[in-house]
Write a protein that binds this ligand. Structure first.
Ligand code: CA
Length: 226
């Protein structure tokens, strides 16, 4: 079941959309102002947002920009009044995936919600998480227990490779191919050296431990974090 956040201040539309999307099998949470709606949309497990542009407390445009910034992969469908053509264009530029002009047919909204949920599911995640670790593959920022960690390009790529395969034994030759892009050279110890760098950088005092377990003569495993 997908979780949809509806941000709309017209009670009639809220009622109509909520009932329609619930009947289509979605879970709908709604907010009638931009500020509350934005908080709801930035909460846990939100799959799609339906956003009106003219809202009290915080405009739909501002909410859209904030969401595009904080959750770049989250699909947002904008609802606009007839005649707000310029707003529609701006809205799409600011990160909405689609828009509907009021009044719209519920079947049309359901179809677009279904389409964008499917697209979002097929798009690879741009943020990797594993226990206390978080990697944003777009901005290339890493954090450990919420604290930013400065990584070099290769350290970042190596950590991303481990986080794509948590709990799996990765051999040195697999890691070399995936991260350094060269064929196995039995002499090189570059993987061991870089795992050492990561261990040091991720050993912050008081932070949840991150364990790279060495598997004798074969490679390493990033232990699944609690
Ligand atoms: Ca409105």
């Amino acid at each position: 079941m997908a979780r949809v956040v509806l941000i709309e201040d017209e009670p009639g539309i809220v009622d109509f959309v909520t009932r329609g999307l619930a009947a289509a099998g979605h879970e709908v949470a709604s907010a009638s102002d931009g500020q509350t709606g934005q908080e709801l949309a930035l909460g846990e497990r939100v799959d799609l947002v339906v956003l009106d542009l003219m809202l009290p407390r915080r405009s739909g445009d501002e909410v859209l920009r904030t969401l595009a910034d904080a959750r770049p992969g989250l699909p947002v469908i904008v609802l606009t009044a007839r005649g707000e053509v310029r707003d529609r264009v701006q809205g799409l530029r600011a990160g909405a995936v689609d828009y509907l002009v009021k009044p719209f047919a519920l079947a049309e909204l359901e179809a677009r919600v279904g389409t964008h949920l499917r697209v979002a599911r097929q798009t690879p995640a741009t943020v990797l998480r594993s226990g206390p670790l978080r990697l944003d593959l777009l901005t290339r920022q890493a954090s450990h227990d919420g604290h930013p960690v400065r990584l070099t390009i290769k350290e970042f790529d190596l950590l991303a490779h481990f986080m794509h395969n948590p709990g799996e034994l990765l051999t040195r030759s697999q890691i070399l191919r995936a991260v350094w892009g060269y064929q196995h050279d039995p002499q090189t110890n570059v993987v061991d050296v870089y795992v050492g760098y990561l261990r040091r950088k991720l050993a912050g005092e008081g932070r949840a431990p991150v364990r790279f377990t060495a598997v004798r003569s074969r490679g390493y495993r990033l232990e699944a974090c609690p």
